[in-house]
Ligand binder design. Structure first.
Ligand code: ARG
Length: 465
């Protein structure tokens, strides 16, 4: 049997393999709420413009409400033979209200329909992700405030570099998440125009009111070019780019948690809630959630690459290739949502081993820069020379197998006679971090200020959002 929606000139039904490659209902069924909302807006507009009768519009709207509750109640039967969500809904509508259902598709095509539905879906998804990112930031800020004074080693090249505060380290991720939210917000602003009414590609001869449907669906305005409206998927690409960058940020933090919780490092512990055991090695506590956050990045970046490649070189306007825009994107956004929530959970769960952090912060002559700075400040030595002198002192300490602040003053004076006992005071990790008060620096005082200001911003967010 040929397709009852578009099969006018067809005599036979599709080959099984044709149906298998063509069908999209398993994926686009997730657009049901957006599809129904868009259809209701369209029908209302058609009646307001005198294109269909008010009675038909009323029946259509009621039928669509019934379908919505059938789908949400789990009683709707999706049919693969009807290909996609649009035809599944319309076919059920005709069962429910009869021939009047056929008027819904006036001045519209599945091309502007799917573009509209997916824009709405991506918009909803961005809003959910934004709320998750805000909760993640909130967790980070709470812990940063708690650890404003906790000293830990800061690394470059994964070599102990200078002591920093744990709170400062956590706030770095708050800043990244803030830019991630900004990228999603930018994407949302650009996507929020309505394709509905572009019809198949050229617009329509019916006197539709695109501004009205745009408004009803919460779009800022209708898209200005019908070809562009049905042909582009840059809105998905932008949201996926934002997702990819977000996931890269999360993966770096996840990797740090894996590293910090390793017994070799031991800066942080996760509880039973965020670790798993080994089936053979009873002593193990594996940071699986962090590892999986790290790994989810792969499929998220993969979805972005896949859609970029699908879109590349496609001539205008709609091509069936574009049906491939949803599966990877939906999977990627679900993975990202899970990753954000898992990180939020771990941030709240983790316990910092303060003693170990402080010990590690002092290892590797991490306060050498502080000594060099002292020579510059107190003896007015040029920094390059101070760097050299400090290097010799570090060499001496390392030779004697002691930390910088354990080296006898006399040994330092043998290298630079003008060094006084004052210099020793800057060599502790506590005084090192306390001295880093430049804007954006790691001093506990700065961290407390930044964390407080973030708390306020996140509070305002919650109110305005
Ligand atoms: N399932 C299709 C998609 O997701 C809907 C649009 C189909 N349009 C068409 N002309 N065949 O892209």
């Amino acid at each position: 049997m040929s397709n009852k929606m578009w099969g006018g000139r067809f005599e036979a039904g599709p080959d099984a393999i044709m149906e298998a490659i063509n069908v999209s209902i398993d994926v686009d069924r997730h657009l049901y709420a957006q599809d129904i909302a868009a259809s209701k807006a369209h029908a209302t507009m058609l009646a307001a413009q005198g294109i269909i009768a008010a009675d038909d519009a009323k029946n259509i709207a009621q039928g669509l409400d019934t379908i919505l509750s059938e789908i949400e109640g789990g009683t709707f039967s999706f049919k693969r033979a009807l290909e996609d969500i649009h035809m599944n809904v319309e076919s059920r509508l005709s069962e429910l209200i009869g021939a009047g259902a056929g008027r819904l598709h006036t001045a519209r095509s599945r091309n502007d329909q799917v573009a509209t539905d997916f824009r709405l879906w991506v918009r909803d998804t961005i809003d959910l992700l934004d709320a998750s990112l805000a909760a993640y930031q909130r967790a980070l800020v709470d812990r940063a405030l708690e650890h404003a004074d906790t000293v830990m080693p800061g690394f470059t090249h994964l070599q102990t570099a200078q002591p920093v505060t744990f709170g400062h380290h956590l706030l770095a991720y708050v800043e990244m998440a803030s830019r991630d939210r900004g990228r999603f917000a930018d994407a949302r602003r650009r996507l929020n125009e309505s394709p509905l009414g572009a019809a198949a590609l050229a617009g329509t001869s019916f006197p539709i009111d695109r501004a009205a449907t745009a408004k009803a669906l919460g779009f800022d305005r209708p898209m200005a070019n019908s070809l562009d409206a049905v042909a582009d998927r840059d809105f998905v690409l932008e949201a996926l780019s934002a997702a990819a960058i977000t996931s890269v940020h999360l993966s770096r933090f996840a990797e740090e948690i894996v590293l910090w919780t390793s017994p070799l490092v031991g800066l942080v512990k996760l509880s039973d809630k965020f670790t798993t055991g080994s089936s053979i090695m009873p002593q193990k506590r594996n940071p699986d959630a962090a590892e999986l956050v790290r790994a989810k990045t792969g499929r998220i970046i993969g979805a972005l690459s896949a859609l970029l490649i699908v879109m590349k070189g496609l001539p205008l306007t709609y091509q069936k290739d574009m049906q491939e825009d949803k599966e990877g994107a939906m999977d990627a956004f679900a993975a990202l949502s899970l990753a954000i929530n898992a990180m939020t959970g771990m941030v709240r769960d983790l316990v910092a081993d303060k003693a170990q952090m402080e010990r590690a912060a002092g290892e590797g002559y991490a306060t050498a820069t502080d000594l060099a700075d002292w020579l510059v400040r107190t003896l007015k030595m040029p920094f390059r020379e101070a760097h050299h002198v400090t290097g010799r002192i570090v060499g001496k300490a390392s030779e004697s197998g002691v930390a910088l602040d354990q080296l006898p003053l006399a040994a330092m004076q043998a290298i630079e006679p003008r060094i006084t006992a004052d210099a020793l005071a800057v060599l502790s990790v506590k005084s090192s971090v306390a001295s880093r008060t430049s804007f954006g620096g790691t001093a506990p005082k700065n961290v407390r200020e930044q964390a407080e200001s973030w708390l306020k911003r996140l509070q305002n967010d919650a109110i305005s959002g």
